[in-house]
Design a protein around this ligand. Structure first.
Ligand SMILES: [Fe+2]
Length: 265
C-alpha cells in the first residue's frame, strides 16, 4: 500500500498537485494497454510504432464521444465503466486510500466509472517549448487523478500543471465548484499560462498525479515516439451537491480532511 506522508499532503496543499510513483497494478495496466487497441482505426497497429504518429486523418477522426479521435487526441471512454478499469484507478486500494486521506474516510462518492483512456499521439512536427496555455476544468469535483499505464518521457505529452495556480483560480469563480468564472479568470489564465513556471508530470507505468480541481493544467503536445496513455478519474465528496454552489471559502480547504486542513503550508 502506498500512503500519503505529511510532506505529500503539504506539497499537495501548497503546489496544488502531487506525483506518487509506482502505484498502479501491473496486470490491470497491461489489460488496459491491450483494451485500448479495440478502439483503434485499422490503419493504426499496436505492433508498429511507425503508425502511431498523429494527427488522425479526416477518415480516422471520430466524433462519437465514447471513442473520440481528433487531431492528436484520442479519448477512448468506452471501457471507463468496465470493472477492471475502475479497479485499475479509482478503486485501487492505494489510490482510494490516499483519496480518503485528502477528503476524509467514508466521505467519497463511490466510483462507478472512470473517464477512460486518454491518449495523445506522437507529434509529426516539433513541439513548442511552452505548452500553449492552461485551463480549469468545468465539471464539479474535488480533485482529479491521472494514472500512466505506459512510459511518459519528458516532453511526451505528460499532464502539465501550473503549480500554485489553484490558489488564484479558486477565487476566480462565483462558486466553489461550478464553472461560473468572474472577470478575473481570463486575466489570470493569460498571466499564469504565459508567465508562470509549469510542471511537466512525466513518468513511468503506474505513476499517478493528484491535482486540485481549480489548478491550471493542460495535456501537453507529445514530442516522444510513444503514445501518451493515461487513465483519469475525478474524486468527489458526498456533500458536493450541497457545497458546490457556495461561494469560494476564506479557507479554501474547509471541505477537506482534518489532515489537510490542519497541515501548515
Ligand atoms: Fe482539463
Amino acid at each position: 500500500m502506498v500512503i500519503l506522508s505529511e510532506d505529500d499532503i503539504r506539497h499537495f496543499k501548497r503546489e496544488g498537485y502531487l506525483i506518487k510513483r509506482g502505484v498502479l497494478d501491473p496486470d490491470l495496466m497491461a489489460r488496459a494497454r491491450a483494451r485500448l487497441w479495440d478502439g483503434a482505426p485499422p490503419s493504426r497497429k499496436r505492433d508498429d510504432p511507425e503508425t502511431w504518429v498523429g494527427p488522425f486523418t479526416p477518415e480516422e477522426e471520430n466524433r462519437d464521444g465514447s471513442n473520440a479521435r481528433r487531431g492528436y487526441r484520442w479519448n477512448f471512454r468506452e471501457p471507463g465503466g468496465e470493472d477492471f478499469m475502475v479497479r485499475l484507478l479509482a478503486k485501487d486500494p492505494s489510490v482510494y486510500g490516499m483519496a480518503e486521506q485528502l477528503l476524509g474516510k467514508g466521505k467519497l462518492i463511490e466510483p462507478e466509472r472512470i473517464r477512460g483512456i486518454y491518449c495523445t499521439m506522437p507529434y509529426d512536427v516539433e513541439i513548442p517549448e511552452r505548452p500553449p496555455g492552461c485551463h480549469v476544468d468545468a465539471h464539479p469535483f474535488h480533485f482529479g487523478v491521472v494514472g500512466y499505464i505506459d512510459f511518459v518521457p519528458p516532453g511526451g505529452g505528460g499532464f502539465t500543471v501550473w503549480p500554485k495556480s489553484h490558489r488564484s483560480f479558486y477565487y476566480d469563480f462565483y462558486s466553489q465548484h461550478k464553472i461560473e468564472p468572474t472577470g478575473q479568470y481570463d486575466t489570470d489564465r493569460e498571466t499564469i499560462g504565459k508567465e508562470w513556471a509549469f510542471a511537466d508530470c512525466h513518468g513511468a507505468p503506474g505513476d499517478i498525479v493528484f491535482w486540485h480541481h481549480r489548478i491550471g493544467h493542460t495535456a501537453s503536445p507529445n514530442g516522444s515516439r510513444q503514445i501518451r496513455q493515461a487513465v483519469l478519474y475525478d474524486f468527489r465528496k458526498k456533500d458536493l451537491v450541497r457545497t458546490m454552489e457556495e461561494p469560494p471559502c476564506e479557507d479554501m480547504w474547509r471541505d477537506w480532511s482534518d489532515a489537510v486542513r490542519e497541515m501548515e503550508e
